[in-house]
Design a protein around this ligand. Structure first.
Ligand code: IVH
Length: 673
């Protein structure tokens, strides 16, 4: 092989490997590590090389194969796989108008006539395919690998704007409609804010949040995520009179299917350019994320003639917008101490408009980030909206650097209590270790404890500030010892406010155990984990005395979380707090639900694996209702491995090795009957 050929081959292999890894992160984990823009650059390089060196092309190259959102073989897939009737293709894309001109040329040459293009915004969410028969929603399936997707019907039913039954007339007897499930910026910000408060991992962007939400096992949670849908493609195999994609979408709107109002029919590629220029600016004011414009040949017969390649239709292409950025000046940098003591540098900026909101602050994450940017006060910086609640600084514009700049100095001591900061080797952040003495951390713990999702006590930041400054509260249980007299001594407090506060304190004693567990602020124990732990162990003593191994048995509990729970209950002052709360009448045990049907499974630990005729959630509830426990991994303490279709091979093997009985869904039903 010539040297240049072998170099090209090496590069091709490297690019394929990298792109496959990025596909996995994007589609399966919903945690991309590079921007779409950088991904597209890699993909374009691969496509160019494969064109130039056709001898190295491959039918399984990521340039040919559609990325897949189907859970990997190893993970237990909770969703039933469904084959798409019509493959769900991807779409070619470009950032370059000259390439659009080539697309237009190819289209007109193949058809031998001019065409109208339907231009639509490319919504940055996750694709869904719905099937309607006789106007009723039958099924909802994700794109998957384009050929097979996950059946997420149960979850889709929770999205209000998607019609379960169509209105009007003229829809095909059976048809598929494809569209995008997306999360508006506002819902995304709220979700990440909640996750940040709960110390849960943040979603990198609304697209990942939308697709992550669609794959949730708890469909009730989906209803709370503010997901929306817009539909853009209708497929059927009947003979119907529709000849225009644009008109077909207009009809779909009359059937009750949400479609984008921003769709324009263009008679030439120049008109397409005008649409692109308009929306590159206007999109910043939209309440949801868009990453480009999809340009489609409007005539349905023309679409058929042009056909598809194995990966994408020849009658459509996408023009993508570069990521939205704003340029602003750094005025100063604050160092914020959080509930857990983590110190986050936050830059104060000259106000600037970005993705529809005025940005005044941007996160800098940690010291490494400041160093990597070589950031100075007075620098002009680029800001982008990522997954964070506040935007992030992505680069410094060195060409605009003033002569008057000052390096950003990271503090050695806690900006609040002065304790020397520490940084664990494995962590990127600095921490103030003074968790029981640092006022900011203590006050933040109270605010979290009183939160609506926690004990729902009527005390905001200002009240906590006053109570703390006056020395009335220092540990959480002090809230329950406050007197009316003390409350009336607070600035602006009258009897009515004090009474309402005391009532909310009394009421909080009845909060479910899971809320108390969430409220006490164990690191990494968010709302959902608290519920799981409360249900599994039943009371606080069960959790306090649990070994790490026992904790790891609980579904969704990993090393980090188990270590954190262990560390929390090792701390004498935390144990003191718990006994104080117990004495004060706070609810520290899970009330057995009335649904508890029997004790038939009391003392049984059951692992479930595979696909069942009912949802896994329902199976789990049945186990719990019969006093059993559903655990995540097979161990010697496992009573049964309950298997549906396609159980995980590693679980099967482990059960066989350890002699754990393997039972079917039918056998399980017999046991509880
Ligand atoms: S048409 C066969 N129209 O972008 C044509 N796609 O990268 C199917 N998307 O998988 C796609 N907005 O998830 C089309 N107005 C729009 C769209 C759109 C967003 C997504 C869709 C598709 C991806 C292509």
């Amino acid at each position: 092989m010539k040297k240049s050929d072998s170099l090209a081959f090496e590069r091709i292999l490297k690019l394929r490997k990298e792109l496959e890894e990025h596909n996995r992160r994007y589609y399966v984990e919903n945690k991309p590590s590079i921007s779409d823009f950088d991904y597209d650059i890699l993909m374009n390089e691969l496509i160019t090389l494969e064109k130039r060196y056709p001898q190295f092309s491959s039918v399984v190259s990521p340039s040919v194969v559609v990325g897949s959102d189907v859970q990997s073989q190893n993970a237990v897939n909770q969703f039933v796989q469904v084959a798409h009737k019509f493959p769900m293709l991807s779409i070619s894309n470009t950032y370059d108008k000259a390439e659009l001109a080539l697309f237009d040329e190819r289209v007109r040459k193949a058809l031998q006539h001019n065409v109208n293009y339907a231009c639509e915004l490319k919504i940055d969410g996750t694709a869904i395919c719905l099937t309607y028969i006789d106007g009723r929603l039958i099924r909802a399936v994700t794109r998957g690998d384009g050929a097979n997707g996950d059946d997420v019907t149960r979850n889709i039913l929770k999205i209000n704007s998607i019609p379960k039954v169509l209105s009007g007339s003229g829809f095909p007897h059976e048809f598929e409609v494809r569209g995008e499930i997306f999360m508006p910026w506002k819902s995304f910000d709220e979700l990440n804010l909640k996750r940040e408060e709960n110390e849960e991992e943040l979603f990198a962007n609304p697209r990942n949040a939308a697709s992550g939400s669609l794959k949730l096992l708890d469909s009730e949670e989906i209803a709370k995520r503010g997901l929306q849908a817009l539909f853009y493609h209708i497929l059927y195999d009947q003979e119907l009179d529709y000849t225009s994609h644009w008109k077909l979408l207009e009809s779909a709107r009359t059937w009750g299917l949400p479609t984008s109002p921003y769709i324009t029919l263009c008679e030439s590629i120049e008109q397409v350019y005008d649409f692109l220029d308009l929306w590159d600016v206007e999109r910043t004011g939209l309440p949801y994320p868009t990453d480009g414009v999809v340009i489609k040949v409007d005539n349905l017969l023309d679409q058929k003639i042009l056909g598809n390649t194995s990966k994408s239709p020849r009658w459509a292409t996408a023009y993508k917008f570069k990521p939205e950025q704003a340029l602003s000046r750094v005025i100063s940098v604050d160092f914020q101490v959080g509930r857990t003591g983590a110190v986050t540098p936050v830059a104060n900026l000259e106000p600037v408009l970005l993705s529809g909101t005025t940005v005044k602050r941007a996160t800098l994450h940690n010291l490494d980030q400041i160093r990597a940017l070589d950031l100075h006060i007075n620098d002009m910086v680029y800001v982008e909206k990522g997954g964070e609640i506040i935007p992030k600084i992505t680069a410094v514009d060195l060409s605009r650097r003033d002569s008057i700049i000052f390096p950003v100095a990271f503090p050695h001591n806690c900006p609040d209590c002065g304790t020397p900061l520490v940084r664990e080797e494995s962590e990127a952040k600095h921490y103030c270790p003074n968790q029981f003495g640092c006022p900011t951390q203590i006050k933040a713990k109270f605010i979290h404890f009183c939160g609506r999702k926690a004990m729902d006590i009527l005390a905001g930041e200002a009240t906590i500030d006053q109570l703390y400054e006056k020395g009335y509260i220092s540990v959480l249980s002090d809230l329950y010892k406050l007197t009316e007299e003390q409350l009336l001594s607070l600035q602006g407090w009258k009897e009515r406010a004090a009474d309402r506060f005391l009532q909310s304190i009394e009421k909080s004693k009845n909060a479910p155990f899971s809320k108390v567990l969430f409220a006490i602020g164990i690191r990494f124990v968010g709302e959902i984990t608290a519920k799981t732990l409360a249900r599994y162990f039943g009371n606080i003593d069960g959790i306090i005395s649990a070994t790490k191994e026992e904790l790891l048995q609980v579904e969704e509990v990993g090393e980090k979380l188990a270590d954190s729970v262990m560390a929390y209950f090792k701390e004498p002052s935390n144990l003191l707090l718990i006994s104080d709360l117990k004495r004060l009448g706070i609810n520290l045990e899970e009330k057995r639900s009335e649904e508890s049907l029997s004790d038939k499974l009391a003392g049984f630990n059951i692992v479930i694996s595979g696909v069942f005729t009912i949802s896994r959630d329902e199976i789990k509830s049945m186990i719990e209702a019969n006093s059993g426990k559903s655990v995540s991994s097979v161990a010697s303490t496992t009573s049964y491995l309950l298997t549906g279709e396609n159980p995980g091979p590693s679980k099967l093997q482990k059960a066989k090795q350890l002699g754990v009985p393997i039972i079917s869904e039918e056998e399980f039903m017999d046991i509880i009957r």
